[in-house]
Design a protein around this ligand. Structure first.
Ligand SMILES: [Zn+2]
Length: 212
């Protein structure tokens, strides 16, 4: 059994979405100052690093918030595909040529975005690769229930709304901010456990892939 940690490390250097508050980690109790214990306070947006989107993020109203997301979707068999030749956005053509097995419930998309994580690139990249709206619709029609991407959004930077609405409106869990640089395409078991935050539109998550 091999475990792949596909989570980003939360730190102040981690790129965050333009306009998001960023990551602040402050040690508010310090043993070197005589305290009995070290204690850190953190503040960050819920869409920081590796995280999931709940329907409430783009559907609003009475739609589901993150603490209600189904654990039996967040964990289980997952298929990783590698799309090294995406031009601008990930399209239906890209997905069709990737030989996604029938019945795939959890699909993780590895692209050249992962090279930025491997290189330790800390600058937010607007030209990351993500799903166009037709590709999102295609995944919904195929019965995919969780889609994972290797940058901070399932949707292209300049067209965030349509792709999110298609996926989240269909109850698909968006798992964003994965580092898939060390993962080969194939079959794994995904364990993704987002923090259980009441009423939230998203939550940071630890995500791992296990291969037998
Ligand atoms: Zn998000």
């Amino acid at each position: 059994m091999k475990i792949y940690d596909i989570s980003l490390t939360i730190s102040p250097e981690l790129p965050t979405w333009p306009g998001d508050p960023g990551v602040n980690l402050e040690r508010i109790s310090k043993m070197e100052d005589g305290a009995d214990a070290n204690v850190t306070h953190m503040s960050l947006g819920v869409h920081t690093g590796t995280h999931v989107d709940a329907p409430f993020h783009f559907m609003g109203g009475e739609s589901d918030t993150v603490e209600t997301l189904a654990l039996d979707i967040l964990t289980g068999p997952a298929h990783v595909i590698y799309l090294p030749d995406v031009a601008v956005d990930i399209t239906v053509d890209d997905l069709q040529t990737a030989d996604i097995p029938d019945g795939t419930t959890r699909l993780l998309l590895k692209t050249n975005n992962s090279d930025w994580w491997a290189a330790g690139n800390n600058t937010f990249q607007e030209d990351f690769l993500a799903l166009d709206v037709e590709a999102a619709e295609w995944l919904v029609q195929r019965g995919v229930k969780l889609v994972g991407v290797d940058y901070l959004s399932v949707a292209p930077f300049r067209a965030g709304v349509p792709t999110h609405r298609v996926l989240l409106g269909a109850g698909v869990i968006a798992l964003e901010g994965l580092d898939l640089s060390a993962v080969e395409p194939g079959e794994y078991t995904l364990y993704c456990l987002p923090l259980k935050i009441q009423g939230s539109d998203g939550a940071p998550a630890r995500a791992i892939l296990v291969s037998e």
